[in-house]
Design a protein around this ligand. Sequence first.
Ligand SMILES: [Zn+2]
Length: 351
Amino acid sequence: MTKFLVVLMGLFLFPSLGIGQLYQQNWRDYVPTPSSLEWMPVKTVRINIHFVSKSDGSGNFDEETGRKFARDLVAAANGLLANNQPMNLPKGNQTPVVPIQIRYELSGDSAAPDGIYFIRSDSDYRFNRSDISTIFDPSIFEKYGKQKGKVLNVFLFENTDGSGKTGGIGASDWAKVGGLFYHFKNYQRWAWFGAGLFNHEIGHSLGLFHTWNENDGCDDTPMNENCWNVAEEGPCKIPSNNVMDYNANENAWTPCQVGKVHLALSNPGIPRDFLVPDYLQIYDSLDVFISPGDTLLVSGNRFLRGDLILGRRSVLIVRNCKIVLPPSGRLIQRRKSSILYEQRGKIEMTR
Ligand SMILES: [Zn+2]
């Protein structure tokens, strides 16, 4: 994705990050703490997948193989999200590896309950990495998008120049991923091959930028040579493995990147509207407990999945954010515990 698109994406994203936001917050308030993940339960992003073929069905997966591929692609991408890796760069870095706490779920409608769609159209079969206008073109989403604004629509394309170049784009409510069928057809590369790229493009949709050539707002993602893979000598001896570079792994997310995505997913509008509503998440109840005598400061929105329990004499400071309890969740305060609300901080009960 080029610089032009970054500007474009900034325009798309502005309404959800600026107008209507209740709090001015920082990504640092949204980095999951490994020892207390009950404060940051997994957020599930609803997506669907469209295969774009020519009118005769050629040029992309057939329906049977495509359905299996799409499900495996989501599973492989979720596998990467569940196994965040240490950063390769900068050399000798001590960047913490935090759980990403994001997953995808295919979300369908009456036309396709599994959330997997097949588009056959010669005129819409337009995706060419050598012609950037075909990449930017939002018409495929405008024409064929499903559950717009509630589900992130992902379109799988092939390069019309017949090349195997992989790549794509992530806008605020749709993404395109190109080249996966080529690698399946020619090299029998299955869904795992595209999982990093898939996360990269959705990373753009969730507000992340490239790290190698521009200021992405993160100090823990160094600019780099953007090497695809390891070389014997030279600058590619240690290539980046960050999800927002182009490389063979794309499996490392830094705390800043994870924090930025959770910040975007914790405030009103898109992309938060893509989430499976918290009250529908089928997870074990995750009670949150503040130990007796402890003081805890919370300064980023938190959507809990269980009771919030304050131990004896504990203090909870809710600053410049809201804590939301699930429908069955209770706020339990043991003796002499207290809650301090600062800068419009509040606790909300879901009904
Ligand atoms: Zn990109």
